[in-house]
Design a protein around this ligand. Structure first.
Ligand code: HXC
Ligand code: NAP
Length: 293
């Protein structure tokens, strides 16, 4: 089985211009790479312009497509508006906004200062709002259609999760925004979808969610029914599909790509997986014997 193969045909995103927030590292960089391989122009943004410039050079050389690196802290609306203006000035238009930038770390909630909680909400929820309002209003004003917004959330956007409460709270808000605007702004030719990834190893996430001291104790692959973590190309394939015209009828959807991880935690009897095969004959006999009690 080759689940790391590239899914779409070579020119699938030719003519599209895509903004990827947090596009200089981790999953944002992987998705950007594939978008460029498929012929898209990509604007990568984050707070660290040196890192973005390095990635721009690397990916332009690798793919032959165009990349623009722009410093932009998504928490600050003026920086988002300036980034949007420069993107339009360079490429004439933007077709897709990928809200990927995030902040997160594990912590018992009672240890968080008000500012620590705000920091995560501001990057994830306010940042997504700042970008979505800026790009959406422009698309409405200029009557540009066939545009879309793709938001990266998590599966705990709907289950909630202990020890990452600001992130869970913010991602739940992003999911609500995705579904709300999918309906409200469809009339302007915009689509809104989300991806909820399970564990996909990245330095940014692993340093903050699975620090070295606990890394050996928590093997995330074991939590996944498919017994492995995700490969970046699997996520990039899904993201490329969702920003392409092939998904023109997909709107308001959140697609989970987690090997079944969150459902394993949810199903009441899923823990019976621990019962050895040999015990099932005995258990079946015991259960059948109770039939007429
Ligand atoms: C408690 C902490 C803390 C910690 C920071 N703070 N780290 N509190 N425990 N470990 C507090 C600080 O003391 C401060 O509060 C406030 O948070 C802001 O901290 P700063 O360092 O000033 O913020 P900033 O420089 O803006 O950095 C933001 C950051 C940082 C989120 C703290 O980690 C960052 O830049 N992250 C970006 C990348 C990232 O997080 N990637 C992971 C995404 S993974 P006070 O009160 O002292 O001022 C992801 C996966 C989801 O989302 C699902 C996985 C399965
Ligand atoms: P990552 O590499 O740490 O990505 C986060 C990105 O956000 C970085 O490029 C960072 O760049 C940028 N960023 C942070 N704060 C910002 C700000 N204020 N303004 C602009 N950009 C900012 O982690 P990742 O694992 O690839 O995460 C990418 C996305 O996937 C996130 O939305 C995350 O919640 C989601 N996700 C990841 C996993 C996983 O297993 N990896 C699982 C579920 C969901 P700078 O530091 O340069 O600003």
């Amino acid at each position: 089985m080759n689940y790391t193969a590239k899914m779409l045909r070579n020119d699938a995103l030719k003519g599209k211009t895509i903004v990827v927030t947090g596009g200089g590292s981790g999953l944002g960089k992987s998705m950007t790479t594939y978008f460029m391989e498929l012929g898209a122009n990509v604007i990568i943004t984050s707070r660290n312009i040196e890192k973005l410039e390095r990635v721009k050079t690397e990916l332009e050389t690798k793919t032959g497509s165009k990349c623009l690196a722009l410093a932009c802290d998504v928490r600050n609306i003026e920086e988002v508006e300036a980034m949007h203006e420069k993107a339009i000035k360079t490429f004439g238009k933007v077709d897709v906004l990928l809200n990927n930038a995030a902040g997160n770390f594990i912590s018992p909630t009672e240890r968080l200062s008000a500012n620590a909680f705000d920091t995560i909400i501001d990057i994830v929820l306010k940042g997504t709002k700042n970008c979505t309002l800026t790009f959406g209003k422009h698309w409405i004003d200029t009557k540009q259609t066939n545009t879309s917004v793709l938001n990266i959330v998590t599966t705990y956007a709907w289950t909630g999760s202990a020890y990452v409460v600001p992130s869970a709270t913010a991602k739940a808000g992003v999911l609500a925004m995705t579904r709300s605007l999918a309906v409200e702004w469809a009339k302007y030719g915009m689509r809104f979808n989300a991806i909820a990834p399970g564990p996909f190893p990245t330095k940014g996430a692993w340093d903050r969610l699975l620090p070295e001291d606990i890394r050996d104790k928590f093997d995330l692959a074991k939590k996944v029914p498919l017994k492995r973590v995700g490969e970046h190309q699997e996520l990039s394939n899904l993201a490329a599909y969702l920003v392409s015209d092939f998904s023109a009828y997909m709107n308001g959807e959140v697609i989970t790509i987690d090997g079944g991880e969150w459902l394993k935690g949810a199903g009441q009897m899923n823990l019976l997986e621990q019962i050895p095969e040999t015990l099932w004959d005995q258990l079946e006999a015991a259960i059948r014997s109770k039939k007429r009690n």
